[in-house]
Design a protein around this ligand. Structure first.
Ligand code: C2E
Ligand code: CA
Ligand code: CA
Length: 618
C-alpha cells in the first residue's frame, strides 16, 4: 500500500473491526466506501483517516517485514483469508496457493486435524480460547516445522469471527538447542560421550548390573606420549590420531557398552554384563589390541601405545564416580610402569597412596603444631651393661590419630623437602636436651642423632651442626651423628671435607645399618668414621643363620682392626646378647635392654629410679 492510495480511503466505523478487514484483504484492492462524504469537518476527518491508515500501514508493513513471524488469518470456516510473506517462507505455500484453503488441509499434520477443528469450533461457539503453544506444523513438502503459535480472535461476537495465527519459526532455536545439547553431552572431536554423559550413563548401567548380579569392567586408557605427537606433527595429526582411535574403540563396543573421551588423550570404556574373570581379561585384551595396527600420521605409519587402568564393579566401587576414579588411579600406576602397561585397581595400594598423601599434608603442619618429639634409646656396654650413649629417635604424634613411625614419615619428609627443617629441629632439640642433662650432671652420655643423605649434602649442614654445639655450650663429644653407608659413598668432596673436620675435632660418626648398603668393606678406610652399627637383620638371624653369624663376626673383627667401636642394634634376647659378647661386640642397643623412651624417663633411668635392663617404654 502506498501513501497516495491511503489518501482515498474512508474512515472506518470501528478501527479494530475495520483493521482486520484490511488485513484480510489479500489483494490489497481499494475498499468500497460510501459513508464518509457526509463528514462534518473534512479536514479533521481527513487527518484522522490518514493517521489511522498510516498506522495500519505501519502495522501491515511490520507484519510483512518480520521474516520469522508468520501471520495467517482464517475465516469462520477456517479458510485462509490472509497469508503473509513469512507464512509462505515457513510453510511453502504462496499467498495465492493458500488463499481459500482450509487450515487443516494446509498445514495441520494428520494426527492433529481433529483436535484443531474442535479447538477452533470451541472458540467460535463457546468462546474457549486456544492457548499459545509450541507445535510442529506441516510444510508443503510434508516435513514438520517447529513453531510457537499464538492465536488471536477478532470479531468473535460477530457473524464472521476471524482467527489469526501468529507463528514464530523455531527451527533455528531448535537447531541451536540441539547443537547445545550435543555440545554438552558429546565430545565435539570424536563424537563420543563426554565425561559427564559417561558418568550419568554409567550410573544407569551400574543399576542394571546390580539388579542382574553382573560385573562391570571400567577401562581407563591414556595414550602414551600424546604430547609428543602434538608437538612433533601438529595438532591436526594429534586430532587425527584421536579420531582414528575413537573409531577403533567403537569397534570393540557392543550395544550396551559405553565409550567416552574424558580429556585430551584419555578415554574410558564401560563393559557391563560380565560374569567371569575370563570375560574381563578378554575385553581388556580386546582394548589393548586396538593399538596393534600402526596409526598413519602425516602419511607415515606410527606405533602408538596407551596405558590402561581397570576397575571392577562391584569389587572396586559401587558408584560411577568412584569406579572412574579408581580406574584412573590404576591407570596412573600403569603409567609408572612405562609405555603400554596395564594395571588393575587394588584397594590396598590405593589406600596406601591416600594415606601417604594425607600424611604428607599433615606433616606440613606438624612442625608448627609442635607435634614432634625425641625419644632416646640407650646403648649399653656389652660387658658391664652400663649405659654409655643414647640414640635420639624422632617421634611424631599427630594432633589426631595414632603415632606415626619415622620409617613412614621420614621418607615423606625427604620427598617434600621438610627433612631439612626437621633435621635442624632434631639437631637443636638434641643439643638443648644435652645441655639440660649436663646441667643435671647426666651429661656423660653422648646423644647420637640420625642424619639422612639429603640433609648432609645440603650446603651448610655441618656448619650449622658445629654452631649449634657452640650455642648450647657443648663439646664435640657430646653429640654424635649416624649416617648410612650409602650416604658416605655418595658424598662429594665438600661433604667429606666437612666430615673429616668434625672427625678431627672429636665428633663421633657412626655408620648406621652396616652391612645393608654396598657391603664393601674397603671404603671404610677412606671415610672418617668412629663406629659401626651392625644392622638389626644380622642380629635377628644370627642365632639360627650361620651366614648372618659369619657376617656379624667379620664386621666386628674388621671394625676392631680399623680401630672402630662396634655397636649391635636390635638386640632382643639373651641368646643374641651371649653371641655378641662372645664376638666381643662393644655396645648393645635393643629392646632386651631398653626401648626408646621420652626424655623424662631417661632422667629417671639415669637417676637410678628405674632398674635396668628391660625398662619398657615407647
Ligand atoms: P635406625 O636409625 O636404624 O633406628 C633404629 C630403629 O630400630 C628405631 O626405629 C628403633 O626404635 C628400632 N629398634 C631399636 N631396638 C630395637 C629392637 O630391639 N628390636 C626392633 N625390632 N627394633 C628396634 P624407629 O625409631 O622406628 O626409627 C626408624 C628409622 O627412622 C631409624 O632407623 C632412622 O633411620 C630413622 N630415623 C629416626 N629418627 C630419625 C631422625 O631424627 N632423623 C633421621 N634422618 N632419621 C631418623
Ligand atoms: Ca640410627
Ligand atoms: Ca640402624
Amino acid at each position: 500500500m502506498t501513501g497516495r492510495e491511503n489518501r482515498h480511503r474512508r474512515e472506518p466505523e470501528c478501527p479494530l473491526e475495520e483493521s482486520h478487514k484490511d488485513l484480510c484483504d489479500m489483494t490489497e484492492s481499494e475498499p468500497s466506501i460510501d459513508r464518509l462524504d457526509s463528514g462534518t469537518c473534512e479536514t479533521e476527518v481527513d487527518l484522522l483517516r490518514r493517521q489511522y491508515l498510516e498506522s495500519e500501514h505501519r502495522f501491515r508493513a511490520l507484519l510483512e517485514s518480520l521474516p520469522k513471524v508468520a501471520v495467517q488469518g482464517y475465516d469462520r470456516d477456517r479458510r485462509v483469508i490472509y497469508w503473509n510473506e513469512a507464512s509462505s517462507r515457513l510453510y511453502g505455500y504462496s499467498a495465492e496457493e493458500a488463499q481459500g484453503q482450509l487450515l487443516e488441509d494446509l498445514i495441520i499434520p494428520d494426527f492433529m486435524r481433529e483436535s484443531v477443528v474442535q479447538a477452533h469450533r470451541a472458540w467460535v461457539q463457546n468462546n474457549i480460547e486456544i492457548p499459545a503453544e509450541e507445535l510442529e506444523l506441516q510444510h508443503k513438502s510434508g516435513i514438520l516445522v517447529p513453531v510457537f503459535s499464538h492465536h488471536v480472535m477478532l470479531g468473535e461476537h460477530t457473524d464472521s469471527p476471524l482467527m489469526f495465527c501468529v507463528d514464530v519459526d523455531l527451527a533455528d532455536q531448535k537447531r541451536a538447542h540441539r547443537d547445545l545439547d550435543f555440545a554438552t553431552r558429546f565430545d565435539s572431536l570424536t563424537h563420543l560421550f563426554n565425561r559427564q554423559t559417561f558418568e550419568n550413563e554409567l550410573g544407569l548401567l551400574i543399576q542394571d548390573c546390580e539388579r542382574q548380579g553382573h560385573h562391570l569392567a571400567l577401562v581407563y586408557l591414556d595414550i602414551d606420549h600424546f604430547v609428543e605427537v602434538n608437538d612433533a606433527l601438529g595438532y591436526e595429526q594429534g586430532n587425527y590420531l584421536l579420531i582414528d582411535l575413537a573409531q577403533r574403540l567403537r569397534r570393540c563396543q557392543r550395544a550396551t557398552d559405553l565409550i567416552a573421551r574424558v580429556s585430551s588423550d584419555e578415554f574410558v570404556l564401560a563393559f557391563p554384563g560380565l560374569l567371569k574373570e575370563a570375560d574381563i581379561r578378554r575385553l581388556v585384551n580386546k582394548v589393548q589390541r586396538v593399538f596393534r595396527a600402526p596409526f598413519v600420521l602425516n602419511g607415515r605409519e606410527q606405533q602408538i601405545s596407551a596405558c590402561i587402568g581397570v576397575a571392577l564393579f562391584p569389587d572396586n566401587g559401587l558408584a560411577a564416580r568412584d569406579l572412574i576414579r579408581n580406574a584412573d588411579v590404576a591407570k596412573n600406576r600403569a603409567k609408572l610402569d612405562g609405555r603400554g602397561s596395564l594395571r588393575y585397581f587394588q584397594q590396598q595400594l590405593h589406600d596406601e597412596l591416600v594415606r601417604q598423601h594425607d600424611l604428607g599434608t599433615q606433616l606440613d603442619q606438624a612442625m608448627e603444631n609442635g607435634e614432634f618429639s625425641l625419644h632416646y634409646q640407650p646403648q649399653v656396654s656389652a660387658t658391664s651393661g652400663r649405659i654409655e650413649n643414647l640414640e635420639a629417635l624422632l617421634r611424631w604424634q599427630p594432633a589426631e590419630g595414632p603415632q606415626v613411625g619415622p620409617g613412614e614419615f621420614i621418607p615423606l619428609a625427604e620427598r617434600s623437602g621438610l627433612i631439612h627443617r626437621l633435621g635442624d629441629w632434631v639437631m637443636e632439640e638434641a643439643c638443648r636436651q644435652q645441655q639440660v642433662w649436663k646441667r643435671m650432671n647426666f651429661g656423660e652420655h653422648r646423644i647420637d642423632i640420625n642424619v639422612s643423605g639429603s640433609q648432609l649434602t645440603r650446603p651448610g649442614f655441618l656448619e650449622r651442626f658445629e654452631s649449634c654445639l657452640v650455642r648450647y655450650g657443648l663439646a664435640p663429644q657430646d653429640i654424635g651423628i649416624e649416617l648410612t653407608e650409602n650416604v658416605l659413598i655418595d658424598a662429594d668432596e665438600s661433604v667429606l671435607e666437612g666430615l673429616t673436620r668434625l672427625y678431627h675435632r672429636g665428633v663421633r660418626i657412626a655408620i648406621d645399618d652396616f652391612g645393608t648398603g654396598y657391603s664393601s668393606l674397603s671404603y671404610l678406610k677412606h671415610f672418617p668414621v668412629t663406629a659401626l652399627k651392625i644392622d638389626r637383620s644380622f642380629i635377628r638371624d644370627a642365632p639360627n643363620q650361620p651366614k648372618d653369624r659369619a657376617i656379624m663376626e667379620a664386621a666386628i673383627f674388621i671394625g676392631h682392626r680399623l680401630g672402630l667401636e662396634v655397636v649391635a642394634e636390635g638386640v632382643e634376647n639373651a641368646e643374641q646378647l651371649t653371641l655378641l659378647r662372645e664376638m666381643h661386640c662393644d655396645l648393645i642397643q635393643g629392646y632386651f635392654f631398653y626401648r626408646p623412651m621420652p626424655a623424662e624417663e631417661v632422667v629417671r633411668l639415669l637417676a637410678g629410679f628405674i632398674p635396668g635392663p628391660e625398662g619398657l617404654s615407647d
